[in-house]
Design a protein. Structure first.
Length: 260
């Protein structure tokens, strides 16, 4: 049975009593979480708390040790084109042009060549890369490569988009631009988006739900609903207050580890 989000809408993604261990070492304690369809959730927490593990279980790259993960009411038992993934390190094919990279999913679906190109051009345009179709990744900047990676994930028209620190390697200015672009794309494409980040400010800027995670035991510390109006202003009192609150939770977690 699929869960119900706090808003009353049926959950698109549900974790039911999920635990995860690697080689008998527990990484995640019991996780119960429901994410609504078309919601934007950020997973935030100290290094090693299991953010990527949680994301990978939605993607189907990792299986829970106990419990289950449901997407659209169906148990995840492996990767699926309906769940697109974008990683920090771009993961583009260096020998394929931007267009060929984005057309990769439609090609795997064996769509006619012309249709593959139409889809790839559409998503490259959506991420602001019209005119760069024939460039190879080596001649694109970090921000442009990440735009191609996003377009490639979107070209499969997934209902769920999973992003693992996608802007972590970008300079501060490019990162802020990409955050704004991503919100624009999310508003237009209406995907259920789950985004892993280390940055408190990035999480508050982007997400309507922030899942703050902790270590030892790894798991969810707090789930915050973020209803600050868009476009979000990082100097707004509500923004700063939320930042302060999350910092407090994370500081306590890091102190538990004896790091500071
Ligand atoms: N495939 C694996 N095999 C063994 N241990 C793993 C594996 N993947 C992750 N781990 C361990 O699980 C813990 C959680 O890792 P995970 O990458 O999910 O954390 P994270 O919060 O995403 O970390 P970071 O912010 O540093 O990327 C870490 O201690 C990590 O070493």
């Amino acid at each position: 049975m699929s869960g119900v989000d706090l808003s009353g809408a049926p959950a698109k993604i549900s974790f039911r009593g999920v635990r995860k261990s690697y080689d008998n070492v527990p990484v995640l304690e019991r996780v119960d979480l429901d994410l609504a369809e078309n919601s934007f959730t950020c997973l935030l927490g100290p290094s090693g708390c299991g953010k990527s593990t949680l994301l990978n279980m939605i993607a189907g790259f990792a299986a829970p040790t106990a419990g289950e993960v449901l997407v659209g009411g169906r148990r995840v038992d492996g990767p699926d084109a309906d769940r697109g993934v974008v990683f920090q390190e771009y993961a583009l094919f260096p020998w394929r042009t931007a267009l060929q990279n984005v057309a990769f999913g439609p090609m795997l679906k064996r769509l006619p060549r012309r249709e593959q190109q139409v889809i790839a051009r559409k998503y490259l345009a959506l991420v602001g890369l019209s005119g760069h179709e024939d460039k190879y990744p080596s001649s694109l900047s970090g921000g442009m490569k990440q735009r191609v990676a996003i377009a490639r994930a979107l070209a499969n028209d997934p209902s769920v988009l999973l992003m693992d620190e996608p802007f972590g390697a970008l300079d501060a200015q490019t990162r802020e631009t990409m955050q704004e672009e991503l919100l624009r794309i999310w508003e237009r494409e209406r995907k259920t988006l789950v985004f892993v980040t280390h940055s408190i400010s990035e999480a508050i800027f982007l997400a309507d739900r922030i899942v703050v995670m902790g270590t030892r035991p790894g798991g969810i510390k707090e789930v915050l609903d973020n209803d600050l109006p868009h476009p979000r202003d990082r100097t707004h009192a509500g923004f700063i207050e939320m930042e302060r609150h999350i910092k407090q939770i994370l500081r306590a977690e890091v102190q538990k580890l004896g790091v500071i």
